[in-house]
Design a protein around this ligand. Structure first.
Ligand SMILES: *Cc1c(COP(=O)(O)O)cnc(C)c1O
Length: 350
């Protein structure tokens, strides 16, 4: 069978070693002769998986014990709700940079006043708004680091005197950052970290406990901090997959991962910029290194390109239905060889 080049936006490509570990553990988890998905999450084998996953997150992000690490369920979409329910008492500031940011804003409005400080909705979210100042009277500021659907990415984070909350679902662990500038980070696993079914939440100690409303048990971060992500049954398979991806990330080193992601993105953007048959759809300075959006110059090219990528075993390149065109999602596990295959196909149109 020839190799399929997986540009899926999510669930997305994972390192082969992670898939191998998952297959092995489904058959025989840590020498128990039982499957990972048929043993207690309270057994020492799984507790060790959860512990290692949490400590790897802190190690890779260079965070100390000022932060708690959680693996929750409900996806990043549940975090839109939990963040605002747990933190919004009076008013919060949000940037509106795409579909996911909009969904986050919608949830927050149920709990307090929301000021949208920067929005790129006027140009179908093809850039990152920058000319805003975050007042010091907000409960928090929320931003989306990478806009998966539209292909824009924050390359700088604003100066912020209030807690900064970031949805990093689609670029988590793709680059080096000063993670201590954030007070809460969340990310659905299925883009760049593991199988679908769990969501990473990293919370700075001291952030919680400031709202007066009743927090339902399962929606209260403190429940999960006290329960060490095992208040109820965690998503064992997804957490296991994340732990192995985190091991892989740790072995590569974030600096090397970032370097490769930059090389991959440069390769494809250079082709988009020099090949008249293709057009980039986002502002150059805000281009994402994870999700690269573009379209064909004419309908004839579009038709031929759709066939050519199929012939080249390229999968998952179709753009999101709200944008059209194409989107190459190039997460950590995608090799530069796959990007070269895509670029070679594009070059045949020159
Ligand atoms: C995919 C995505 C989400 C939604 O994630 P779910 O886990 O499906 O809820 C939220 N934010 C961003 C940036 C995403 O890419």
């Amino acid at each position: 069978m020839s190799k399929v080049h997986n540009f899926s936006a999510g669930p997305a490509i994972l390192p082969q070693v992670v898939l191998d570990s998952c297959i092995q553990a489904l058959q025989n988890f840590e020498g128990t002769n039982l499957s990972l998905i048929e043993v207690s999450h309270r057994g020492k084998e799984f507790v060790a998986v959860m512990d290692e996953a949490c400590s790897l997150v802190k190690k890779i992000m260079r965070l100390n014990d000022d932060y708690d690490v959680l693996f929750l369920q409900g996806g990043a979409s549940m975090q839109f709700l939990m963040v605002s329910m747990n933190l919004l008492e009076n008013k919060a500031a949000y940037t509106n940079t795409g579909t996911w940011a909009k969904n986050a804003i919608k949830e927050a409005k149920a709990f307090g006043k929301v000021d949208v400080l920067g929005s790129s909705e006027d140009q179908n979210f093809n850039y990152i708004p920058k000319d805003y100042v975050i007042g010091s009277d907000y409960d928090y500021f929320h931003c989306t680091s990478n806009n998966t659907i539209f292909g824009t990415q924050m390359h700088h984070f604003p100066k912020c005197d209030v807690p900064m909350i970031c949805d990093m679902s689609s670029d988590i662990f793709s680059r080096e950052l000063d993670f201590t500038q954030f007070d809460l980070i969340y990310a659905g696993a299925q883009k760049n970290m593991g199988p679908a079914g769990t969501t990473l939440v990293v919370i700075k100690k001291g952030l919680l406990g400031k709202v007066t409303r009743y927090l339902p048990t399962m929606l209260d971060y403190n429940t999960h901090i006290k329960g060490e992500s095992m208040f109820n049954t965690p998503s064992v398979f997804a957490v296991f997959g994340c732990m192995h991806t985190l091991r892989w990330i740790d072995e590569q080193g974030l600096a090397n991962i970032e370097k490769l992601n930059t090389a991959k993105a440069n390769l494809l953007y250079t082709e988009i910029d020099t090949n008249p048959n293709f057009i980039g759809t986002t502002a150059i300075e805000d281009r994402s290194k994870m999700n690269i959006t573009f379209k064909c110059a004419t309908e004839a090219v579009d038709e031929a390109f759709a066939l050519a990528i199929k012939d080249a075993n390229i999968s998952g390149l179709k753009g999101h239905r709200s944008v059209g065109g194409y989107r190459a999602s190039m997460y950590n596990a995608l090799g530069i060889d796959s990007v070269k295959v895509l670029v070679n196909v594009m070059q045949t149109f020159k």
